[in-house]
Every structure is written in C-alpha cells, then in structure tokens.
Write a protein that binds this ligand. Structure first.
Ligand code: ADP
Length: 477
C-alpha cells in the first residue's frame, strides 16, 4: 500500500524544482516589492518636503500659519500641521481644537528634529483617528508637517507595479512547465532503469531493443542494459552449450552401452556355434570325413562373421571416438566407386544383378578413402543380398564446387515403410534370420550414415515408385 502511494522519482524531482523556483521568485518579488514601495514613498516624501519647505519659507516671511492653506498643495485633503520646537501643536488645518499632546515622540517629528526631515509611510493618528503618510521638516523655530490621508488613491500610488508581478508569475509558470517535461523525460529513463533492475533481480530475460533518450543518463542507461543483456546472453548460451554437451556426452555413453550390449549379443551366437562345432569334433575324433568338413566349414563361416563384426565395430567406434582419429585427404570418388564395383563383381563372379554407373571420369573431393569405400561396399553388398532385383544404379546427379549429390538405387523389393525410418540404426535388421544367414552384422547402413555425416553430408532412403530401394546422399568436397 505504502509503495503505491509513494511519489515517483520524477514527480518528487519536479515538486522540489517547483518549490525551489517558487521560493526564489517569491523572495525576489518580496524584495522587489519592498524596494519599489520604498522608492515611491521617497518620491512622495520629496514632493511633500518641497511643499513643507515652501510653508516654512512662508512662515519665515511672516505669514500666519492659518494663511498657509492658501499655498497650493500637491494633493487634495492634505493635512498641514505646525508644531513648535517643544512639541506643541500650533496649527492644524483639519482640527478645530488643537490637542495638548506633545508631538516630539512622533517618529517623523523626532527624525525631522535630528535629520532636518522625517517621514513615515503609514501611521495611525490618535488625534484624527485616520491613517496618514507623514512628512515633516524642521525650520529654525517650528516644524512643519504635512500628512496625506492613507486613502485608496495613495495606496495605489505606493503599491508595486502589478505588471511585474504578472510577468514573474508567467515566468514561473513557463519554468514549471519546462521543469515538468524535463523531469518527466528524466523520470522515464529512471523508471526504465528501475524496471530493468527489478527484472534483473528476478532473473528475467533482458532485451536491449528499445532505445533510451539521447541524453547523458539515457546513454549511460543504454550502455548498462546493453552490457547486461550481452552478459546474460553469453551466460544463457554458455549454459545451453553446457547442457547440449552434457546431453551429447550422456547420449554417447548410452549409445556406447547399447553398442557393447549389442556386440555381446552378436558375439554370443557365432562364438557358441564355433564352440559347439569344435566340441563335437574333439569328442568324436573318428567322425566321418564329410561331417568333419561340414563342421569345419561352419566354424569358418562363423569366424568370418566374427571377423566382419569386429571390423564393423572397429569402424563404428573409430567414428564415434571423434573425427581426429580419421584423417582426410584428396581422393577421386569416381575411382572409389569403380574399385568398389569391381570388388563386388569379383566377390560375385556370376552376378544375378547388373551394376550401372553414371559418374564423371574424375570426381575430386577431400575425404577418407576407406570410409567412402565402405559406404559403397555396404550398399552394394546389401543390394546384392536383400534386394532380389536385377539392376543397381549408381549415379552422380549433382556436382558443384561445394558438394556432390549421388543416388544409389536398386530395382528390387525395397523395404516396408514401417522399417524405413529405422534402417540406419545400429543392429537394426528387417529380416533378422536372413541377415544373419547372409553374414550381416546389422551395422552396415549405420556405418554408411556415419561415414556420410563425417564427410559433411546427409543421407535419406526411400522406396522407388517402380520398386526397389533408393539412397540419396550428399558429400561435401
Ligand atoms: P545388415 O548387416 O543386416 O545388412 P544393414 O544395416 O546393412 O545391416 O541393413 C539393415 C537392413 O536393411 C538389412 O537387414 C536389410 O533387411 C535391409 N536392407 C538393406 N539394404 C537393402 C536393400 N537394398 N533392399 C532391401 N532391403 C535392404
């Protein structure tokens, strides 16, 4: 409740400025008013003293006090008194009977006696019961005193010029308005700084998108907020990077664990099979030659499967452990493709599938030779093993200075759509039995994908409308 009624900074500043300016103007007005009144009183006194001098001269010339009223007075209703040096009133044109009171204690008389002339701006007369402006002048034997009744005209003569007052009031008003706008502008900056501080305290996100006014405070505020926003962004970026790194690390650990589990599982079958074969051979030394050969062939097949599995695992781990372990160098991709094709043809002397290549004579890029060879070897082996098609097509469809794009397709049976999103996963097999029988490790397409990623590319697989599986992939040069 208290904070709601609390005045805001710029309001307080405005009120202080207003009070300050009003005090200065007020003091100035009082001082000026007093000076002007003094000046006007001196003017009035000068005129009355001039008249007093003429009266004294007339008295000196032997005229009687009662005839003094013949001399033209500067004001109407002027009260003229003649007072003796002992303070007794000798004459007063407004009184029928003269008072006995001693007038020496009257301030204008006392002043006239000591200084020659004396004046009082406003004094109440006990004798006439009115207020007067008194001017007295001491002669050789008498004192002449003239008094102007303190009437409305005299008051207006003595009052200060109201024009000046109005001028000062207008100046104050203009100053007040200017102070209001200046403090409001200042207040806006302060309010925003305040809001910023509160937000920062609450740990909210700060943006420096709204500019501050172009003054010193605005610029300082802008600097502070910009610095803070930058610092906050850096902290957030660092935190998210840290989070990502942590996540990546955890993911790596998870994948490694999964890989280890899968490897254990994959190793078990061939190792057990070899062990069973060897045990049978050992326990039956007189086994028929035909059966012995069959057992040995099985052992050989399983050990070959083990060899392949270990080779694939080694490739995968090498890629997992980081790209530094695998070096890159200039190579001709067309040559790599040609080598892989001829290797495949050598492995399948009577092929049921024909391989068609559409590549430029040379296709130079920087990469790892054995990884790229394993991409084509795996794809060719898979197409030979699982597609049941008649043709394999390898074509370079785009060749730019930055990257090249290739399509590897067959015209076989393809893969069911539900399996397609998983075929690049480690140890994922569409037909487990068939894959194992054909010596598949379940790591082939995973190696393909990782090798392409290692070369800055991407890979996708889809079923061709005409039948068969199609891989589209890019490789950065
Ligand atoms: P594998 O060691 O079993 O070959 P891969 O990762 O190389 O493992 O392949 C995963 C699965 O994808 C294979 O088990 C196979 O069923 C399927 N596959 C791969 N290539 C083709 C293809 N050209 N035609 C049909 N199925 C395929």
């Amino acid at each position: 409740m208290g904070s709601k009624t609390k005045l805001r900074f710029h309001q307080r500043l405005f009120l202080i400025l207003l009070l300050f300016s009003w005090t200065i103007v007020g003091c100035f007005l009082i001082f000026q008013y007093g000076r002007e009144r003094q000046f006007k009183a001196e003017q009035l006194d000068a005129r009355l003293q001039l008249y007093n001098m003429r009266l004294l001269e007339a008295l000196r010339d032997g005229k009687s006090p009662s005839s003094l009223t013949d001399i033209k007075a500067p004001f109407e209703d002027l009260r003229v008194s003649v007072i003796s040096m002992s303070g007794l009133m000798i004459f007063d044109n407004t009184l029928d009977s003269l008072p006995d009171a001693n007038h020496l204690d009257r301030p204008e008389i006392a002043e006239a006696l000591s200084m020659g002339t004396g004046c009082v701006i406003r004094r109440h007369s006990d004798t006439t019961k009115g207020n007067y402006f008194y001017s007295a002048m001491a002669g050789d034997s008498v004192i002449v005193r003239t008094a102007a009744p303190y009437s409305i005209p005299l008051q207006s003569v003595l009052s200060a010029d109201s024009g000046f007052l109005w001028f000062m009031l207008s100046v104050t008003l203009v100053m007040g308005l200017a102070a209001y706008f200046v403090t409001r502008r200042l207040g806006r900056t302060i309010s925003r700084l305040n809001a910023f501080a509160q937000k920062a305290e609450r740990g909210e996100r700060i943006y420096d998108d709204e500019p501050f006014p172009h003054d010193e405070l605005g610029e300082i505020s802008g600097h502070i907020i910009r610095l803070y926003a930058r610092l906050q962004k850096a902290t957030i970026d660092r935190d998210s990077q840290h989070k990502m790194a942590m996540h990546e690390q955890q993911e790596k650990i998870r994948i490694k664990k999964q890989l280890t589990n899968n490897i254990n599982h994959e190793l078990k079958t061939p190792v057990t099979a070899i062990q069973v074969c060897l045990e049978t051979l050992l326990s039956h030394p007189d086994i028929a030659e035909e059966k012995r050969a069959d057992f040995l062939q099985r052992c050989y097949n399983d050990s070959e499967r083990l060899r392949r599995l270990l080779a694939d695992v080694s490739t995968i781990t090498r890629m997992d452990e980081g790209s530094q372990a695998i070096t890159k160098g200039p190579l001709d991709l067309s040559e790599t493709i040609r080598d892989a094709v001829s290797e495949c043809k050598a492995a399948h002397p009577e092929p049921a599938i024909e391989i068609h290549t559409d590549c430029p004579e040379t296709l130079l890029l920087t990469g790892n030779c054995s990884l790229l060879a394993s991409v084509f070897r795996n794809l060719l082996d898979n197409a030979m093993a699982y597609s049941d098609g008649k043709n394999i097509f390898i074509s370079v469809v785009e060749d730019t200075p930055l990257y090249c794009k290739l399509i590897f397709a067959d015209d076989g049976v393809g893969i069911e759509e539900t399996h397609l999103p998983h075929i690049f996963e480690r140890f994922y097999r569409v037909d487990k039995g068939r894959s194992r029988k054909l010596g598949g490790t379940g790591l082939g397409l995973s190696i393909v994908k990782n090798a392409i990623l290692f070369h800055g590319g991407t890979v996708t697989a889809c079923n061709r409308p005409a039948g068969g599986l199609e891989f589209t992939f890019t490789l950065m040069k």
